[in-house]
Ligand binder design. Structure first.
Ligand code: NAD
Length: 351
């Protein structure tokens, strides 16, 4: 018998197809009457149309959400919220839009209703990454957890295949690292295994037919579970390396996760046999790191960090930074194996 602790983060979740139609009821349930609708510039049209449908309950739209939550953007959005006397936030978008809602909530305590349109999973975590003067810092606070999350599968149908694949692999990465996290427990492991299996099953169908509702539903369900995993336990080598690579070379978030994950898992595999057994159950009894590599590659994900913008001489700088900011990992961080692993990821070789 194993002893463990599990802390569940509070959240009201509504899941299904067409569930965004329940937004007015949810706004009412929270006692709100003047929400600010948040979006990225690319998703502004949808935000405007949603605000139109909400009528007087929506006091305004801010569509300047950007990747990595720059503090200037948060300040602009807060100025807008103050100007229109917003009493709540509605975020419809991926991790960038959710991040903006969380950053505003941290500073104002405004309640948040989040409708995710990618598989990033941020809506389920008390984690917020923000960028100040080009430097990204991460904090954890229950204040950033959304009050309500509306998963509406229809919102994901427009997510382009390439972003769906990268974002889906990002979700799988949350689940994989949760399996060998220091604080992992049977509840988190059960969700992680289910998330990996459901995402790996659905992505090939989505790549062929991005409007296939069953597969989209399964992927969003997997993203939800993976987000819970990310929000419940600490992450290790894979997430820290992706963070370092993003900061050093400005690499795109989800795509970097897809390219690094097989290599980070290969590095940790010798020290994480139980995690490997679970991943094998989810993906089939193959070499787990190669299976993830083949899955992403078969879906046309870019598997060479070089193709995502990492310079050829970037391996040593990344390893140096990984070693100077040590963190818990199931296998100790060792310079030479890390170099080999990152060189493989740079070149897009199978792990
Ligand atoms: P994103 O939110 O930046 O979205 C990528 C692009 O896809 C954007 O242009 C967006 O407008 C567009 N898009 C999103 N959904 C769409 C849809 N359904 N149809 C058409 N276009 C759509 O990307 P992301 O990968 O979801 O989020 C990345 C950000 O989230 C990063 O800043 C990352 O650090 C953060 N993140 C945070 C956590 C956390 O727990 N704090 C977890 C995961 C990611």
């Amino acid at each position: 018998m194993r002893s463990f602790q599990h802390t569940a983060n509070p959240a009201r979740v509504i899941f299904g197809a067409g569930t965004l139609s329940q937004l007015p009821d949810e706004i009412g349930r929270l006692g709100l009457s003047r929400v600010l609708v948040l979006a990225t510039p690319e998703q502004e049209a949808g935000a405007q149309s949603l605000a139109g449908k909400l009528g007087a309950r929506a006091a305004g739209v801010f569509s300047g959400a950007r990747m990595h939550t720059p503090e200037e953007t948060t300040e602009q959005a807060m100025a807008k919220a103050a100007e229109i006397r917003a009493d709540g936030l509605v975020a419809v978008g991926g991790g960038s839009t959710t991040g903006l809602a969380k950053a505003i909530a941290l500073r104002t305590n405004l309640p948040q209703i989040v409708a995710p349109t990618t598989y990033a999973g941020s809506e389920m975590t008390p984690i917020l990454g923000e960028t100040r003067a080009g430097k990204k810092t991460t904090l954890t606070s229950p204040k950033v957890l959304p009050e309500v999350v509306i998963y509406d599968v229809e919102l994901t149908l427009s997510l382009p295949v390439a972003i769906s694949v990268a974002s889906g692999m990002n979700a799988i990465a949350h689940a994989v690292e949760a399996l060998y996290a220091r604080e992992t427990n049977p509840i988190v492991s059960m969700m992680a295994e289910e998330a990996i299996a459901a995402m790996a099953r659905s992505l090939p169908t989505i790549a062929k037919d991005p409007k296939e509702m069953e597969a989209r539903g399964e992927a969003l369900y997997a993203a939800w579970l993976a987000g819970v995993c990310l929000g419940s336990v600490g992450m290790a080598l894979h997430h820290k390396l992706c963070h370092t690579l993003g900061g050093l070379f400005g690499l795109p978030h989800a795509e970097t996760h897809a390219a690094v994950l097989p290599h980070a898992l290969a590095y940790n595999a010798p020290a994480a046999p139980e995690a490997i057994a679970r991943i094998n159950r989810a993906l089939g009894p193959r070499n787990a790191p190669s299976a993830l590599f083949e899955l992403a590659k078969s879906l046309a994900a870019k598997m060479a960090l070089r193709d995502l913008g990492m310079p050829d001489d970037g391996v040593d700088r990344t390893v140096e930074l990984a070693l100077t900011n040590p963190y818990w990992n199931p296998r100790p961080l060792e310079r030479e194996p890390l170099r080999t692993m990152l060189q493989n990821a740079l070149e897009g070789r199978s792990p």
